[in-house]
Design a protein around this ligand. Structure first.
Ligand SMILES: Cc1cc2nc3c(=O)[nH]c(=O)nc-3n(C[C@H](O)[C@H](O)[C@H](O)COP(=O)(O)OP(=O)(O)OC[C@H]3O[C@@H](n4cnc5c(N)ncnc54)[C@H](O)[C@@H]3O)c2cc1C
Length: 497
């Protein structure tokens, strides 16, 4: 590698977000030169790897935290509709990649799997019924089934109902249009394609250690992780898609828009079933309700997955306390991220979230028996010897300044960009990869506003995402057409609603 590299665009991190931005930019302007830096030795080795996330194609079919109950008892579906629409946008872009033979085998990264919610107890069953009734008013959720009949539910999810106390009322919804997405496989496919482009250069084992704005370009310092040698990169536009590593780099950029941002890291673990006979008896992603006082990212789910061509069964995630921002990060990450500009929001958010921190510390200290007890709520017949504990990815939740509170902790994703559009960073992790395409389109609007208005870019985007500029939550005929098209190309089960 030469000592100074020049590019139109520099992407930091080889996860799904950089891959999506790189692919979209290359479709929009093939002449762009792109330099990509990844501190690890391969792509998608942090949150985007299949073992590090749940692989749920988040569509708000089963995730109960996307449909909170309002104080008056009604169900708020605003977030659910937005997430369901965003996932349809992602599927359109992925279908474009498959239709254009950029990705050959959709089955390597996306498969149909019913998305189910499962609850017990009168109050929770009543909530689920109301949620179902409310969602039925929007065509995005047509086809969802609801049942309180134990036999019906046992036919859908036998493991969940076997050996369950029959006295307690239970309720479930099922949506066959759900998906399992191997985000890691998809990411690697996109980088494979990008690396074949003569104007794109991938640098594995290179950590971006500093970045500074000089006039109308950014100058980045990158360090070879194996030799400690330093190189320099000059780029007109920089995307900080470094996952948990984004916050420290954003703070180093010194852009005023980064002031006040901090991060709250959360680790994760799964229980993985090691008995293929049990794995074969479950065919759904079953999401429950988070325990009172627990954070949204610890909503338990019993998940069918496909990883490296094999069917898997995972339960979790068990969220925990950590001071690392990345799975392959340093225990000093949290402390090093405290700066004068974010000290107040971080302290206030920390003080307001002491119960959450306590909860996460308790989670880390859980005994194997306690973890098994949590699993038994979803699979009463579970036995310790059939399950092993595996490490999941880390998430860094966003802390930001707040006029009233001083500092707040948020659980979504957020794009932070400079006013001149020359740099943008993605913070947060939820709903994450499923909404990557909408997130990146939003980023393009902020950072390439003139080009996004141009007819050529508009036409190209509409070719990739036929529903671009329209609301799939409002246009039922269009939604049906789009779902029919994406399902055919991606090999998903769908019958017209
Ligand atoms: C437990 C868990 C469950 C999840 N479940 C789901 C789910 O079911 N569905 C869903 O859609 N999403 C889910 N997510 C979220 C999803 O995994 C993330 O939103 C997504 O993978 C983030 O992609 P990314 O590209 O931003 O980051 P990453 O995939 O983490 O990639 C960032 C890359 O940047 C590199 N990097 C960091 N710092 C530097 C640096 N200084 N220089 C160079 N490289 C650097 C890292 O090594 C890494 O490879 C889950 C996440 C977790 C942790």
């Amino acid at each position: 590698m030469e000592n100074i590299l020049r590019a139109d665009v520099a992407l930091i991190g080889a996860g799904i977000m950089s891959a999506t931005l790189g692919m979209l930019l290359k479709q929009l302007d093939p002449s762009l030169s792109i330099q990509i830096f990844e501190r690890l030795n391969n792509a998608a080795a942090e949150s985007s790897d299949a073992w590090n996330n749940a692989g749920t194609g988040h569509s708000a079919f089963c995730e109960l935290n996307y449909t909170p109950e309002r104080p008056d008892g009604s169900i708020d579906t605003t977030k659910a509709v937005k997430i369901a629409e965003s996932f349809e946008v992602s599927k359109q872009f992925w279908a474009y990649l498959v239709a254009n033979k950029i990705i050959r085998h959709p089955g390597d990264f996306i498969r149909s799997i019913p998305h189910m919610s499962f609850v017990w107890g009168n109050k929770n069953v009543e909530y689920l019924r109301k949620r179902y009734d409310t969602l039925q008013q929007c065509h995005l959720f047509k086809g969802m089934e609801f049942s309180t009949d134990t036999q019906q539910i046992a036919a859908w999810i036998p493991l969940v109902m076997q050996q369950r106390n029959n006295e307690e009322p239970v309720g479930a919804t099922k949506m066959d249009l759900g998906t399992d997405v191997n985000i890691g496989s998809l990411t690697r496919c996109m980088f494979d394609c990008l690396s074949q482009d003569p104007h794109v250069h991938m640098h594995y084992g290179y950590q971006v250690s500093d970045l500074r704005k000089h006039n109308n370009y950014w100058r980045m310092e990158v360090k070879d992780e194996h030799t400690d040698d330093k190189k320099y990169v000059v780029a007109r536009f920089v995307f900080i898609g470094a996952g948990g590593g984004s916050l420290p780099l954003l703070l180093k950029s010194d852009i005023p828009e980064a002031q006040g941002y901090g991060g709250f890291p959360v680790s994760g673990q799964w229980l993985r079933c090691n008995d293929p006979a049990i794995v074969q008896q479950h065919h759904a992603k079953v999401y429950g309700l988070a325990k009172v006082g627990s954070p949204p990212m610890s909503v338990p789910h019993l998940d069918t997955r496909w990883i490296k061509g094999s069917q898997e069964l995972l339960f979790g995630p068990y969220a925990g306390f950590t001071t690392k921002f990345l799975r392959h990060g340093s225990s000093f990450d949290l402390f090093k991220s405290v700066k004068f500009s974010n000290l107040k929001p971080m302290m206030i958010a920390g003080l307001h979230n002491i119960p959450l921190t306590k909860y996460l510390i308790e989670q880390v200290r859980q005994s194997p028996e306690e973890r098994l007890d949590a699993l038994k709520e979803y699979y009463p017949g579970a036995k310790m010897e059939d399950w092993e504990l595996v490490v999941a990815g880390y998430r860094v939740q966003v802390i930001k300044k707040d006029e009233e509170e001083g500092g707040v902790l948020e659980f979504g994703t957020e794009v932070v960009s400079a006013k001149d559009g020359s740099i943008a960073a993605l913070l947060g992790a939820s709903p994450g990869a499923s909404t990557a395409v909408s997130i990146i389109l939003d980023l393009l609007k902020r950072c390439f506003p003139e080009r996004m208005q141009q007819n050529t870019w508009q036409q190209k985007i509409k070719k990739m995402i036929p529903s671009y500029g329209k609301s799939l939550g409002e246009e039922s005929v269009l939604l049906n057409e789009i779902r029919d098209y994406t399902s055919r190309i991606l090999g998903l089960d769908y019958s017209l609603a």
